[in-house]
Structure formats: C-alpha cells, structure tokens
Design a protein around this ligand. Sequence first.
Ligand code: GLN
Ligand code: ZN
Length: 760
Amino acid sequence: MTVTTHNLGYPRIGAKRELKFALEDYWKGQSSLDALEGHGADLRQRHWQDQSGLDLAPVGDFSFYDQVLDLSFTLGNLPQRVRGREGAALDNYFRVARGRSASDSDCSCVHAGEMTKWFDTNYHYIVPEFSAGTQFKLDSSRLLRQLAQARQLSVKAKPVLIGPVTYLWLGKAKDDSDKLALLQGLLPIYVQLLQELAAQGVEWVQIDEPILVTELDGAWQQALVTAYDALSKVKNVKLLLATYFGKLQDNLALACKLPVQGLHLDAINAREEVAQVMAQLPASSVLSLGVVNGRNIWKTDLNEVLAWLEPVHASLQSRLWIAPSCSLLHVPVDLDSEQKLDTDIKSWLAFARQKLDEVHTLAGALNQGRASVQAALDANHAAVQARRQSPRVHNPDVKAAVARIDASLGQRAGSYAERAAKQAALLQLPAYPTTTIGSFPQTAEIRQARSQFRSGQLDAASYKKLMQAEIAHCVQEQETLGLDVFVHGEAERNDMVEYFGEQLDGYAFSQFGWVQSYGSRCVKPPILFGDISRPRAMTVEWSTYAQSLTDKPMKGMLTGPVTILNWSFVRDDQPRSVSCYQLALAIRAEVQDLEQAGIRVIQIDEAALREGLPLRKSQWAEYLRWAVESFRITANGVADETQIHTHMCYSEFNDIIAQIAGMDADVITIETSRSDMELLDAFDDFNYPNDIGPGVYDIHSPNIPAQEQMVKLMRKAAERIPAQRLWVNPDCGLKTRGWKEVIPALANMVAAAKTLRGDA
Ligand code: GLN
Ligand code: ZN
C-alpha cells in the first residue's frame, strides 16, 4: 500500500549560487579543474542530503552548464568545430557552451552553441546540432561517475535522462535534413547506456519525454513508439517515462501504451487527466503523480491535494508514486535562507527543500493516515488560509478597477494616420529619425552608487545627485552625437522588471531566490503575491529632469505589463491574465503621469511578450488576446500627440505579426541586425501599418559597426517598409557596453542616418 516518493531533478546552482562562482573562477583561470570538480561533488552531496527523505533521488541531473549539452556529450554528438581539441573533456564542453574554455587564448575561440528556451520556462538550453551525417557514440563516463558517487553516499539512486525523441526534437538539423532519420542510429546508444546502468544494478531510470505535452504529428508519435519498443528490450531495468509542463491531451493514449514500467504525469497542469490515465495504463504500471508545483514558489494546499489523492491511492495502492510536478530546477533552493522576507509572505512560500517536505508529508498521510502528520497538515492549512484571506493579497479597489475595464480603455482617439500627422507636427523629426532603446552603459560607478544607496552608505539626496549627474552626462553625449529622440539612460535601474516591482504594491523580493537561466547565469524573479497598485509615480522625476536638460524630445521609459508578468513568480490563486490587467492599469497611470509632466514620447518595453506563449499553439490566441489587450490598456490612455513606442528584443515575428500590429504602438523597435533585415519580410507581407525601427547593430558584440554597413541594412529595410516609416536605432539597450564602444558606434549610426536622408 505504501506510496513511493521521488523527485525529478534538483536545482544545481546551490542555495548561495556556489556553482556560479565556482564556474566563473574556473573560467577566469583563478581555480583548477580539480577544484571545480570538487565543488560539483560537494554540491551533489549536499543536494542528495536535501533529498534523503525520498525513496528515490535523481542522479545525473547535476550539470556544470546544461543538461541538454551534457546529453549531447554522453551521446557523442559534439559539433565538428570542437572535435580533436586538446585538453580536458570539460574544457571542450565549455567551448560549446560559451565559445571558449579557460585554457583558450583569445584567438582560439569557436562559436558557441545556439541557446533557446526550455519549453515554456525561462531556462535556456544549448541546442543539439545535427546533420544528415550525424553519428552517435556512447560516453557514459559523466553519468557513471555521478552514479558511483551517489552509491558511495548510499543515495537511493534513480538516474535521469532526457529521452531520445525529445532529444531529437530539441535539436536543430543544420543542413535542414530530417532529424527523425537519426533515430535509428540513436536508439542503440540509448540501449547501450541503459544496459550499462542495469549492469550497475540500477532498478529505475527516469526518462523524460516532455514533448508528450506538445502537439505532435504522426511521425513524432510514431518515433516514440519505435523508440520505446527498442528501449523496452533492455533487461533488468525499469523505465519511468516522465512528462511535465502540461496535459497529454491527444498524446494521452500513446503515453499510456508505450512499453515502460511507469508514467509520470504533471498533476498540477493535468489533474483532469488522471482518471483517464488510470483507466488506460496497464495494471502493472506505476503512475507517478506530480502533486507539488515545481514551477512556482507557493505552498501546496496539502489537505486539498489529499482529498483527491486519497481515493487515487486507494485504487492504485503501491502503484502510486508522488513527486513534484517537474524538476525543481525552476525554483530557488531554500526558503530558510531568507532573512528579510516579510514573515507573513514567507509563511506562504515553499522553495525546493520545502516542496520536498510537502511530498514527504503527503506520503505520510497516505501511508500512515492523516493523523500521523496532523501537525504538519494543520500548519499548512493555517498558512494557506491566511494567504487566502490576507488583506495584503486582496485589494478591493484594484479588483473593482479590473472589473471596470472595457474596450474603450485600450482605444486611442485617432487612427495611426491621424496620430502620426499630429506627432510629426509636434516633434518635428527628420526622415530616418535616430534613437536608442533606453539604457546607456552601466558603469562601475553607477553600480557602486546603487549598492551603497541600498545598504544605507549613501543617503537619498547624495544618490539622487549622482544619478542626476549621470543623466546629465548621458544627455550631453546624445546632444554631441546629434541623436533625434533622447533617453535618460536608465542609470537608476538595476533591472527592467525589479525596478518596477520594487515600487509597486503587491510585489515581494527574496535575497536568495535565484533560478538558473542558463549556464552560470541566474535570475531572481520578483514575487507577485497580491493585487497590484502603484502608490506613487515611479519614473517621472528622472524623465522630467532629463527633459529639462534638452530641447530634444526625451523618451519616457517603462517596462510593459506582459514582460513584468513573464519575468516574475506569479500568483496561483488567479489567472495570469488578471495579474496582467492589474499591472497594465498601474503602468497606464505611469504613462499618463509622464504625459502630464510634458514627456511627449513614451516607450513601453515588451521584451518578454513572446516568452509567455503557451506550449500548445491552440492556446496562443487566448494568451495573445489578453497580452495585447494589456499592452493597449497601458499605452492608450494618452492624447494622439503623445508618441508611444514599444521595443522587443527578439527576431521571430512571423507567427504573431497580426497581434504585434494589434498593439498599435506608433513606433516599434526590434532586433534585426543579425538577420540581415530579412525578418522585416513578416512586417512587409502583413502590410504592417505603423513606424518601425529595425535594429541596425548588434549590441551584444563589442565591435563598432561601420557606417556603410548600417546604411546598407537600412536600404534593405527600405525595400520592405516605406522610408518615411523607418527609424534608425541599435538592436537593444546599451547597458552592457562601455562608453568607449557606444560613442563611436552611435556616431556611425547617426552618420548613417544622415546619408540615408540624402536618399529620401
Ligand atoms: N529599455 C531597456 C534597455 O534599454 C530594454 C531592455 C530589453 O529590451 N531587454 O535596457
Ligand atoms: Zn531589447
């Protein structure tokens, strides 16, 4: 009757980001490979210790950079450009990850592997590279080493692997060949790997096929059948097929009939499917249910879960396993590290360690009855209830304002053509107007001033003076360069989301709530816990100060509601759309305050709009509907004369161009320089009606773009978009660059615009 508890994966960065610092020391040449390996072993040991209450703990989920890249190396799928290099295997691994390794001199770099989003999370993996000739060869050393360490520590080890079909799905055929054709060559490698694990006495292997929650065509479904037929031939090892991040839907029958010994289902996203899965799964199969949310930071309502899980347990008995819904990679490690979080809010939260405690409590209740864990259940109930009823979460005025939203809020008075005429008369801009995306270099002095202000070493008045001096400098430089629409430079901002979150009611901030974004890079998403309101203006003072220094139009700079939402931990007690509307109303008020204060151009960044797209295409329309509506509510409370800009730093617009047009910003600036303006085709084909600023140079590179190159790009742009609707600007903000690069780059850009005006 006993349920088995397990976990799909654990954060590897460390509660205090130990792995990040160890990696960076190694890359800088300040520590040895042995030291790095030692840090890795320590972290693994500590993390297994954290998971020691479970019946099975994941092994092989630890990675020095990325679990997909690990698998590429395990399968011998190294890009040609790093083969045959000397030195440690780990150095080669870092070459693919980052373009260079610690031992490389500057000139022996290779280009890094492409990175992309892991399903609908904010984690980014290194895309496997394929061609028609790709051959695989097993290198199980990494996994076997981790397994040996686990064994030595008496960990009840369950190795975890990304499955073969998901692996192919995640990769990219560089020669446009058919990736699925590689399956035949790949399966024997997996078979061999499973045999080696079986020989080590491993009982269960978790094999992840999260593509089962996406829309799969017949060929991909067939590939799963073929793959698991082959893998099921391996004797003496059991497979737990793991799916997560969504519902199985039309893959449900397939998932239930694959010849494996167990299936893991994300019972947070797919609780409705549990009954169907139970009906279809073979009577001998284990069903693992992910009953604790692995994607957010809230406590689970344990009594509520037990109410539906107890009957499931009664029916499945010892065939029931429980776990978090997905790998805990996507949540911070330990709530106990937080010393500054408000105690009420802290009592509502659970990070990775606490989520495993929840799994443990649930198992106790199922195995020995609720009474055996009554104290834990009662404490959980009290916290969950307190959150539900807290006046800090619920603000009736905000709810009423959201209820009052109607179409008029998202509507501007005039059409684009009417607005454009009024704006032209007011702003008096030349053809091919030049601007930047918002941030200017964040120098060491700026960072120091900000951190001293935070720690109280610098008082508010002195801080303000320093920031104003920085703004004045930035304005002066733009004056000298001869740009047309200025920005204040964003010196006062640490981060484009955190800066706003800190000033909005309804947001909380952790000290150590880091989540891996890629490699050694982590983000600390702010916690959106309550109804959102704006106690006071957030940017007006800086923008009006900047405007007071120049006659050129000063662009007010805001982060849009969709981006703030997508880069936060969000509430699980109301739909995302409602949180987004609340943010929209708060930022709308800021837009209106800026207009009132005489700011005539206002940019609302939506860098992460695309990131919120649901996994299944069938759900895109609904997401885009409220996302676009939220933007329009934010932007459209202004007079026709006020020019609204938006900015998006990615390069895929084909599939969402109608919605981008629907945002109806007067000007959109986008990333284009690396795509040679080809992505403007999407705008051209759609007859995109408003102004566009296609980025003319890549701000990620320290190279100074040549004037002729930018002229050439803009002429390409003008073949697609009428010249009178084109702006000239970089791809994105300049905060990661130095002034020494920014000045000549922008000087060339302004010169390019002048040349182009000769064409017009
Ligand atoms: N305004 C922001 C900046 O210039 C935009 C950053 C972004 O799009 N990621 O830094
Ligand atoms: Zn950008």
